[in-house]
Design a protein around this ligand. Sequence first.
Ligand code: FMN
Length: 202
Amino acid sequence: MNQKILDLFRRRYACHSFLHDRAIAQADLDTVLEAGRLSPSSFGLEHWKFLVVTQAEEKARLQAVCFNQPQVGDASVVVVILAKIADMDPDTDYIKALMAREYPGEALAQALANYRGFHAATDVKAWSISQCHIAAANMMTAAAAVGLDSCAIGGFLADEVKKILAIDGDRYEIALILPLGYCAEPAPEKQRLPLSELVEYR
Ligand SMILES: Cc1cc2nc3c(=O)[nH]c(=O)nc-3n(C[C@H](O)[C@H](O)[C@H](O)COP(=O)(O)O)c2cc1C
């Protein structure tokens, strides 16, 4: 097994308490955001938008609608990952442009027809959010690689988060909240089921 990559996955853990007065370097934050940007997505549609919340007052308001989880208010920055909803409509310029990039030339017409059928049959919010979770996973690993701690926060009141951040609910859904910073507590021991219980070879 490749220990280098596995060490990163072992190093990352859900931090529940951040050193609230410690800033993070812009270059490190950029690395995390770039890992999100480079993530794979269904049809290559890059379903995410990253809102970087830095103001203490806004972080405190977010904490209140995340069941008062302190890691949201204490983190150096809080990245709110928005899932694109309206852009995913088959008739948008966004879809036309990104599908043309993914399926150049003659393949485009059939790909757009397939996409229209897929979109009609799909829970678009859940689909878009699931793509954002892939980006979030990469961002957490990237954070670990540059020595930052993180905590995925799925425990939030989405409508309240949208109100605080003035998000248009037709355009975006809240996919995940990702506080970043330096953890105030030591890493707990990793608790995972063994591969023998998770993998079945056929
Ligand atoms: C989508 C998602 C949502 C999560 N939401 C929360 C949350 O709201 N609050 C929290 O403290 N941890 C949250 N977690 C962190 C998990 O509890 C944590 O990853 C899990 O217990 C495994 O521990 P580890 O990440 O330290 O290895 C979330 C994780 C994921 C992937």
